[in-house]
Design a protein around this ligand. Structure first.
Ligand SMILES: NC(=O)c1ccc[n+]([C@@H]2O[C@H](COP(=O)([O-])OP(=O)(O)OC[C@H]3O[C@@H](n4cnc5c(N)ncnc54)[C@H](OP(=O)(O)O)[C@@H]3O)[C@@H](O)[C@H]2O)c1
Length: 252
Protein backbone atom coordinates (compact mmCIF):
# COMPACT_ATOMS: atom_id res chain seq x y z
CA UNK A 1 0.00 0.00 0.00
CA UNK A 2 1.26 3.51 -0.89
CA UNK A 3 -0.06 5.82 1.78
CA UNK A 4 -0.52 9.56 2.12
CA UNK A 5 -2.43 11.61 4.67
CA UNK A 6 -3.25 14.81 6.49
CA UNK A 7 -2.18 15.90 9.98
CA UNK A 8 -3.99 18.58 11.96
CA UNK A 9 -5.68 18.97 15.34
CA UNK A 10 -9.36 18.58 14.35
CA UNK A 11 -10.00 17.31 10.84
CA UNK A 12 -13.74 16.50 10.67
CA UNK A 13 -14.83 16.14 7.06
CA UNK A 14 -11.75 16.66 4.94
CA UNK A 15 -11.54 18.08 1.41
CA UNK A 16 -8.07 16.52 1.05
CA UNK A 17 -9.23 12.95 1.68
CA UNK A 18 -12.02 13.22 -0.91
CA UNK A 19 -9.73 15.02 -3.34
CA UNK A 20 -6.80 12.59 -3.23
CA UNK A 21 -9.07 9.53 -3.15
CA UNK A 22 -10.56 10.81 -6.41
CA UNK A 23 -7.09 11.63 -7.88
CA UNK A 24 -5.92 8.08 -7.12
CA UNK A 25 -9.10 6.51 -8.56
CA UNK A 26 -8.88 8.56 -11.78
CA UNK A 27 -5.22 7.53 -12.20
CA UNK A 28 -6.09 3.85 -11.57
CA UNK A 29 -3.80 3.77 -8.49
CA UNK A 30 -5.69 1.09 -6.56
CA UNK A 31 -2.86 0.58 -4.05
CA UNK A 32 -2.84 4.30 -3.03
CA UNK A 33 -4.69 5.49 0.07
CA UNK A 34 -5.17 8.83 1.89
CA UNK A 35 -5.87 8.86 5.66
CA UNK A 36 -6.62 11.51 8.27
CA UNK A 37 -4.45 11.76 11.39
CA UNK A 38 -5.72 13.98 14.21
CA UNK A 39 -2.87 14.94 16.55
CA UNK A 40 -3.66 16.51 19.92
CA UNK A 41 -0.09 17.77 20.05
CA UNK A 42 2.66 17.98 17.44
CA UNK A 43 4.96 16.03 19.81
CA UNK A 44 2.85 12.98 18.76
CA UNK A 45 4.27 13.30 15.20
CA UNK A 46 7.32 10.95 15.58
CA UNK A 47 5.08 8.18 17.04
CA UNK A 48 2.67 8.59 14.09
CA UNK A 49 5.54 8.05 11.64
CA UNK A 50 6.75 4.99 13.55
CA UNK A 51 3.28 3.43 13.57
CA UNK A 52 2.71 4.18 9.86
CA UNK A 53 6.05 3.31 8.28
CA UNK A 54 4.50 3.03 4.78
CA UNK A 55 3.54 6.74 4.63
CA UNK A 56 5.11 8.51 1.63
CA UNK A 57 3.63 11.96 2.08
CA UNK A 58 1.57 14.15 4.39
CA UNK A 59 -0.32 17.41 4.17
CA UNK A 60 -0.26 19.66 7.23
CA UNK A 61 -3.11 21.87 8.42
CA UNK A 62 -4.24 23.99 11.40
CA UNK A 63 -2.38 24.52 13.70
CA UNK A 64 0.85 22.68 12.80
CA UNK A 65 2.28 24.35 9.67
CA UNK A 66 5.02 26.04 11.70
CA UNK A 67 5.16 23.68 14.69
CA UNK A 68 6.01 20.65 12.53
CA UNK A 69 9.27 22.16 11.25
CA UNK A 70 11.55 21.06 14.16
CA UNK A 71 10.40 17.45 13.59
CA UNK A 72 11.52 17.35 9.94
CA UNK A 73 14.88 16.23 8.49
CA UNK A 74 15.06 19.08 5.99
CA UNK A 75 13.20 21.89 4.25
CA UNK A 76 12.81 22.79 0.61
CA UNK A 77 14.29 26.32 0.13
CA UNK A 78 10.85 27.87 -0.48
CA UNK A 79 9.41 26.36 2.73
CA UNK A 80 12.49 27.61 4.61
CA UNK A 81 11.97 31.12 3.22
CA UNK A 82 8.27 31.10 4.11
CA UNK A 83 8.74 29.52 7.55
CA UNK A 84 5.76 27.19 7.17
CA UNK A 85 5.20 23.68 5.79
CA UNK A 86 1.94 22.30 4.40
CA UNK A 87 3.36 19.31 2.51
CA UNK A 88 5.84 16.64 3.63
CA UNK A 89 7.54 14.14 1.36
CA UNK A 90 8.79 10.99 3.06
CA UNK A 91 11.41 8.88 1.31
CA UNK A 92 14.35 6.78 2.51
CA UNK A 93 13.30 7.52 6.09
CA UNK A 94 13.70 11.28 5.56
CA UNK A 95 10.89 13.83 6.00
CA UNK A 96 11.34 16.93 3.84
CA UNK A 97 9.00 19.92 4.25
CA UNK A 98 7.53 21.92 1.34
CA UNK A 99 5.13 24.84 1.01
CA UNK A 100 2.51 24.64 -1.73
CA UNK A 101 0.25 27.38 -0.23
CA UNK A 102 2.59 29.86 -1.95
CA UNK A 103 1.74 28.45 -5.39
CA UNK A 104 -1.94 28.28 -4.36
CA UNK A 105 -2.19 31.87 -3.16
CA UNK A 106 0.04 33.11 -6.01
CA UNK A 107 -2.52 31.78 -8.49
CA UNK A 108 -5.22 33.95 -6.84
CA UNK A 109 -3.27 37.08 -6.02
CA UNK A 110 -1.15 37.53 -9.14
CA UNK A 111 -4.01 38.59 -11.43
CA UNK A 112 -5.62 40.76 -8.70
CA UNK A 113 -2.67 42.94 -7.73
CA UNK A 114 -2.39 44.85 -11.02
CA UNK A 115 -5.99 46.04 -10.71
CA UNK A 116 -5.68 47.43 -7.18
CA UNK A 117 -4.16 50.85 -7.82
CA UNK A 118 -6.10 53.54 -9.72
CA UNK A 119 -5.20 53.68 -13.39
CA UNK A 120 -2.19 55.92 -13.91
CA UNK A 121 -1.61 56.27 -10.16
CA UNK A 122 1.92 56.01 -8.83
CA UNK A 123 0.60 54.93 -5.42
CA UNK A 124 1.40 51.26 -4.85
CA UNK A 125 -1.27 48.79 -3.83
CA UNK A 126 -1.54 48.05 -0.13
CA UNK A 127 -2.96 45.00 1.57
CA UNK A 128 -4.21 43.86 4.94
CA UNK A 129 -3.51 40.27 5.97
CA UNK A 130 -5.83 39.04 8.73
CA UNK A 131 -4.13 36.50 11.06
CA UNK A 132 -0.49 35.53 11.59
CA UNK A 133 -0.45 31.72 11.36
CA UNK A 134 0.93 29.24 8.83
CA UNK A 135 -1.18 30.33 5.86
CA UNK A 136 -0.49 34.00 6.66
CA UNK A 137 3.23 33.33 6.18
CA UNK A 138 2.63 32.00 2.66
CA UNK A 139 0.38 34.98 1.83
CA UNK A 140 3.00 37.42 3.15
CA UNK A 141 5.69 35.72 1.05
CA UNK A 142 3.62 36.07 -2.15
CA UNK A 143 2.72 39.72 -1.45
CA UNK A 144 6.40 40.54 -0.86
CA UNK A 145 7.28 38.84 -4.16
CA UNK A 146 4.59 40.88 -5.93
CA UNK A 147 5.87 44.12 -4.38
CA UNK A 148 2.65 44.76 -2.43
CA UNK A 149 3.04 46.63 0.86
CA UNK A 150 0.98 45.00 3.58
CA UNK A 151 0.16 45.01 7.29
CA UNK A 152 -0.62 41.93 9.37
CA UNK A 153 -3.57 42.07 11.77
CA UNK A 154 -3.22 39.88 14.84
CA UNK A 155 -4.80 39.45 18.24
CA UNK A 156 -1.30 39.98 19.59
CA UNK A 157 0.88 43.07 19.13
CA UNK A 158 3.98 40.83 19.00
CA UNK A 159 2.79 38.72 16.07
CA UNK A 160 1.28 41.45 13.91
CA UNK A 161 1.66 45.08 12.84
CA UNK A 162 -1.84 46.01 13.94
CA UNK A 163 -4.31 44.63 16.46
CA UNK A 164 -7.96 44.39 15.44
CA UNK A 165 -8.89 47.55 17.41
CA UNK A 166 -6.42 49.53 15.30
CA UNK A 167 -8.16 48.68 12.02
CA UNK A 168 -10.35 51.74 11.55
CA UNK A 169 -12.13 52.99 8.39
CA UNK A 170 -8.99 54.89 7.30
CA UNK A 171 -6.91 51.69 7.31
CA UNK A 172 -9.65 49.92 5.33
CA UNK A 173 -9.85 52.74 2.77
CA UNK A 174 -6.06 52.59 2.30
CA UNK A 175 -5.79 48.80 1.93
CA UNK A 176 -7.63 47.72 -1.18
CA UNK A 177 -6.70 44.06 -0.87
CA UNK A 178 -7.83 42.28 2.32
CA UNK A 179 -6.90 38.63 2.81
CA UNK A 180 -8.50 36.55 5.55
CA UNK A 181 -6.09 33.86 6.78
CA UNK A 182 -7.92 33.32 10.08
CA UNK A 183 -10.40 30.44 10.48
CA UNK A 184 -13.20 32.93 11.33
CA UNK A 185 -16.31 31.96 9.34
CA UNK A 186 -15.16 28.41 8.64
CA UNK A 187 -17.71 25.59 8.93
CA UNK A 188 -19.40 24.98 11.38
CA UNK A 189 -19.04 28.55 12.75
CA UNK A 190 -20.33 30.08 9.54
CA UNK A 191 -21.90 33.12 11.27
CA UNK A 192 -18.52 34.48 12.36
CA UNK A 193 -16.51 37.06 10.41
CA UNK A 194 -13.34 39.03 11.07
CA UNK A 195 -14.34 42.14 13.11
CA UNK A 196 -13.74 44.96 10.59
CA UNK A 197 -15.45 48.30 9.83
CA UNK A 198 -16.98 46.83 6.64
CA UNK A 199 -18.88 50.04 5.83
CA UNK A 200 -15.56 51.57 4.67
CA UNK A 201 -15.31 49.03 1.81
CA UNK A 202 -16.02 50.10 -1.75
CA UNK A 203 -15.95 48.76 -5.30
CA UNK A 204 -12.18 49.49 -5.28
CA UNK A 205 -11.60 46.67 -2.80
CA UNK A 206 -10.83 42.99 -3.35
CA UNK A 207 -11.46 40.51 -0.51
CA UNK A 208 -9.80 37.09 -0.60
CA UNK A 209 -10.86 34.47 1.93
CA UNK A 210 -8.62 31.42 2.37
CA UNK A 211 -11.55 29.69 4.05
CA UNK A 212 -13.15 27.42 1.41
CA UNK A 213 -16.01 25.89 3.41
CA UNK A 214 -18.48 27.53 2.98
CA UNK A 215 -17.57 28.82 -0.52
CA UNK A 216 -19.10 32.24 0.35
CA UNK A 217 -18.23 33.19 3.91
CA UNK A 218 -19.77 36.04 5.96
CA UNK A 219 -16.55 38.01 5.29
CA UNK A 220 -17.13 37.74 1.52
CA UNK A 221 -20.85 38.47 1.90
CA UNK A 222 -20.06 41.74 3.72
CA UNK A 223 -17.63 42.59 0.91
CA UNK A 224 -20.26 41.95 -1.76
CA UNK A 225 -22.78 44.12 0.12
CA UNK A 226 -20.35 47.05 -0.23
CA UNK A 227 -19.51 46.43 -3.88
CA UNK A 228 -16.12 44.74 -3.37
CA UNK A 229 -14.74 42.01 -5.59
CA UNK A 230 -14.57 38.71 -3.68
CA UNK A 231 -12.58 35.49 -4.11
CA UNK A 232 -13.12 32.33 -2.01
CA UNK A 233 -10.49 29.77 -1.02
CA UNK A 234 -11.45 26.82 -3.26
CA UNK A 235 -9.22 27.69 -6.23
CA UNK A 236 -6.20 28.04 -3.90
CA UNK A 237 -7.08 24.73 -2.27
CA UNK A 238 -7.12 22.90 -5.59
CA UNK A 239 -3.85 24.51 -6.74
CA UNK A 240 -1.96 23.70 -3.51
CA UNK A 241 -3.22 20.08 -3.66
CA UNK A 242 -2.12 19.79 -7.30
CA UNK A 243 1.36 21.02 -6.30
CA UNK A 244 1.53 18.56 -3.37
CA UNK A 245 0.74 15.66 -5.71
CA UNK A 246 3.44 16.83 -8.14
CA UNK A 247 5.98 16.87 -5.28
CA UNK A 248 4.97 13.42 -3.98
CA UNK A 249 5.17 11.93 -7.48
CA UNK A 250 8.61 13.47 -7.94
CA UNK A 251 7.61 15.35 -11.09
CA UNK A 252 9.85 18.32 -12.00
N1 LIG B 1 -7.76 27.64 0.62
C1 LIG B 1 -6.62 27.09 0.94
O1 LIG B 1 -5.94 26.46 0.11
C2 LIG B 1 -6.09 27.25 2.34
C3 LIG B 1 -4.74 27.04 2.59
C4 LIG B 1 -4.27 27.24 3.87
C5 LIG B 1 -5.14 27.60 4.89
N2 LIG B 1 -6.45 27.78 4.62
C6 LIG B 1 -7.39 28.19 5.66
O2 LIG B 1 -6.83 29.31 6.33
C7 LIG B 1 -7.18 29.30 7.71
C8 LIG B 1 -5.92 29.37 8.58
O3 LIG B 1 -5.11 28.23 8.40
P1 LIG B 1 -3.65 28.14 9.10
O4 LIG B 1 -3.11 26.82 8.77
O5 LIG B 1 -2.87 29.37 8.80
O6 LIG B 1 -4.07 28.16 10.65
P2 LIG B 1 -3.20 28.70 11.88
O7 LIG B 1 -1.76 28.41 11.66
O8 LIG B 1 -3.87 28.16 13.08
O9 LIG B 1 -3.35 30.29 11.81
C9 LIG B 1 -4.58 30.95 11.91
C10 LIG B 1 -4.33 32.34 12.50
O10 LIG B 1 -5.59 33.01 12.56
C11 LIG B 1 -5.66 33.80 13.74
N3 LIG B 1 -6.83 33.39 14.51
C12 LIG B 1 -7.16 32.13 14.95
N4 LIG B 1 -8.31 32.14 15.64
C13 LIG B 1 -8.73 33.44 15.64
C14 LIG B 1 -9.86 34.11 16.20
N5 LIG B 1 -10.79 33.45 16.92
N6 LIG B 1 -9.95 35.44 16.03
C15 LIG B 1 -9.02 36.14 15.33
N7 LIG B 1 -7.93 35.56 14.79
C16 LIG B 1 -7.80 34.23 14.93
C17 LIG B 1 -4.39 33.56 14.54
O11 LIG B 1 -3.51 34.67 14.33
P3 LIG B 1 -3.15 35.61 15.60
O12 LIG B 1 -2.72 34.65 16.67
O13 LIG B 1 -2.07 36.46 15.07
O14 LIG B 1 -4.37 36.36 15.98
C18 LIG B 1 -3.79 32.30 13.91
O15 LIG B 1 -2.40 32.28 13.93
C19 LIG B 1 -7.99 28.01 7.92
O16 LIG B 1 -9.35 28.32 7.83
C20 LIG B 1 -7.58 27.13 6.74
O17 LIG B 1 -8.57 26.19 6.37
C21 LIG B 1 -6.94 27.60 3.35
Amino acid sequence: MVRYGLIGRRLGHSFSKDHFTSVFAKAGLKDHRYDLFELNDISDFPALLQKNADLQGLNVTIPYKEAVIPFLDGLDPLAAAVGAVNTIKISNGQCIGYNTDVAGFGALAGPVVGSLADAGSSIKARALVLGSGGASRAVAYVLRELGVRFRIVSRSRERGDLTWEMVDPTVIRLCRLIVNTTPLGMHPRVDEAPPLPYAALSSKHTLIDLVYNPPETKFLQYGLEHGARTIGGMRMLLKQAEEAWRIWKGDP
